[in-house]
Design a protein around this ligand. Structure first.
Ligand SMILES: CC(C)(COP(=O)(O)OP(=O)(O)OC[C@H]1O[C@@H](n2cnc3c(N)ncnc32)[C@H](O)[C@@H]1OP(=O)(O)O)[C@@H](O)C(=O)NCCC(=O)NCCS
Length: 145
């Protein structure tokens, strides 16, 4: 899929812990030492991947990918569940979430994954818009958490 420009910002995709170690200096100011260690541990399971956008030396967008599992609904083991995603409140509406989501999906397609899930709450207008802009169709189902 064609991904919209991120301007001067830089997208990264971390399929494993090795790719995220170099990002420690961006992670610690955002989520602290504990959060950073938790990120490393999650990536060490190899069931999750991490991606994001760095702008002007700051991590301004983060996204998680779960490979073949979801705690809330059934997914195929060969699929990827995108999210949660987050953009720095001061950097919203610049297309970071959409641009990064499309880039992450493109990377996963390149590694042989062809089925993607993403969900959000009904009242999350911004996230629903991101999902729409990233090319997902209309919602396929609704579930209660
Ligand atoms: C959802 C979220 C990641 C979007 O990040 P973002 O970087 O601003 O996303 P983008 O810039 O790619 O797109 C946002 C779109 O939502 C639209 N939007 C934002 N708030 C909106 C609102 N209240 N009503 C309507 N549209 C809205 C923006 O205008 C934009 O659409 P456009 O390009 O057509 O104008 C961000 O709002 C966020 O971090 N929210 C808190 C965490 C969260 O809810 N995460 C999702 C649940 S997993």
């Amino acid at each position: 899929m064609e991904a919209p420009s991120l301007g001067n910002a830089r997208f990264f995709h971390a399929p494993g812990v090795l790719q995220v170690v170099g990002l420690t200096r961006y992670l610690v100011p955002l989520i602290g030492v504990g959060g950073t260690l938790k990120t490393f541990l999650k990536l060490m399971t190899r069931r999750r991947q991490f991606y994001g956008v760095i702008d002007a030396g700051r991590l301004v967008h983060t996204g998680w990918i779960a490979l073949g599992f979801c705690r809330h609904y059934h997914v195929e083991t060969t699929s990827a569940v995108m999210g949660p995603i987050w953009s720095d409140p001061g950097c919203r509406g610049k297309g970071y979430a959409t641009g990064a989501l499309i880039r992450a999906i493109n990377q996963l397609i390149g590694s042989g994954i062809h089925r993607f899930y993403i969900d959000t709450s009904e009242d999350n207008v911004a996230c629903r818009r991101v999902i729409e802009k990233a090319g997902f169709g209309a919602a396929k189902s609704v579930y209660e958490r």
